[in-house]
Design a binder for this molecule. Structure first.
Ligand SMILES: Cc1cc2nc3c(=O)[nH]c(=O)nc-3n(C[C@H](O)[C@H](O)[C@H](O)COP(=O)(O)O)c2cc1C
Length: 304
């Protein structure tokens, strides 16, 4: 029997494969393709205090090896998520991690407070890539002090495990990682999308309504693996790695770099069954390599 179970931030998962926030909605569409209980965990769409419509279209653009998006945190708001989405998703035997976003510390705190104690919620993933309106739009996650302030605020309002989701749009990711660990984060997930831009050469206009957007998919994988490796050496808390994972081999790379679990994001769009294929592929690879426990892979990259 091969062990695929791991524990991240005190959340026990039957396998290390999750779905990345914003690429899986609240799971309803994917539930038509497979039994969601097969997943390690589900990270649901970014949730804000009030409902948000997101940015106007066009808000998706394909690039040669990735996807640019400027969805803009479209979501029904935390109260609707608590009332409609979590109870529905709770029918499945899978931990639900709610991804939250805010424009101010107060907003982050209020969302965390409302989700605290909600049946079925296993943890909070804190998206600190949002612009802080009080600091002139600078993203919380690009400055260690601001990142730490967000984590301290949500820790104070909630007893749930707190996972800090880091932005890769920084010079030194380890500074931010150490700051959120010191502020009490129970785990770190990375990476969020990399800022990118695409231009339609005929119209000479940006393809996205927002001009710039977040790049994800296979194009970002080497950046993500590098950041997971750097952060794994800088902190003691577990890491959920993501960025371009579409196969078991991709996921194994992240585990070797130091991730305790992984998430599939843009991969869900071109193959709704991608997370299941990653789970099955990891299992087959462990069997082939005669490795009895997936935990043996975590951080096992050989650097001489
Ligand atoms: C369409 C889309 C929407 C996303 N929405 C969110 C979000 O609401 N909150 C968040 O923290 N990350 C969001 N992300 C980032 C993903 O969760 C993930 O971190 C990133 O896409 C890297 O993984 P991937 O390369 O497998 O897509 C979104 C990504 C995409 C492609």
């Amino acid at each position: 029997m091969i062990n695929l179970a791991v524990e991240v931030a005190g959340i026990k998962v039957k396998n290390p494969v999750m779905t990345a926030s914003g690429t899986f909605g609240f799971g309803r569409e994917y539930s038509k393709f497979y039994n969601l209980s097969l997943l390690g965990a589900i990270m649901v769409k970014g949730t804000t205090l009030e409902p948000r419509l997101g940015n106007p279209p066009p808000r998706l653009a394909e690039t040669p090896a990735g996807l640019l998006n400027c969805i803009g945190l479209q979501n029904p708001g935390v109260d609707a998520v608590i009332k409609e989405e979590i109870p529905w998703l709770s029918q499945y035997d899978v931990p639900i991690i709610v991804n939250i976003s805010g424009h101010s510390l107060e907003e982050y705190g209020e969302i965390a407070l409302r989700l605290d104690g909600v049946a079925g919620v296993a943890g909070l993933e804190i998206n600190i890539s949002c612009p802080n309106v009080k600091h002139g739009g600078l993203a919380f996650g690009t400055e260690p002090q601001m990142a730490a302030d967000v984590i301290r605020t949500v820790k104070d309002k909630s007893k749930l495990p707190i996972i800090a989701k880091l932005s890769p749009n920084v010079t030194d990711i380890t500074e931010i990682a150490k700051a959120v660990e010191a502020a009490g984060a129970d785990a770190i997930s990375l990476i969020n999308t990399l800022l990118g831009m695409a231009i339609d050469i005929k119209t000479r206009r940006p393809v996205l309504s927002n001009i710039v957007g977040g790049l994800s998919g296979p194009a970002v994988k080497p950046v993500a693996v590098r950041m997971v490796w750097q952060v794994a050496r800088a902190v003691k808390i577990p890491i959920i790695g993501m960025g371009g994972i579409v196969s078991a081999e991709d996921a194994i790379e992240f585990l070797l770099a130091g991730a305790s679990a992984v998430a599939v994001g843009a991969g869900n769009f071109y193959d709704p069954l991608a997370p299941l294929k990653v789970i099955e592929g990891i299992k087959a690879w462990l069997e082939q390599e005669k490795i009895a426990d997936i935990r043996e892979l975590i951080g096992a990259v050989k650097i001489c």
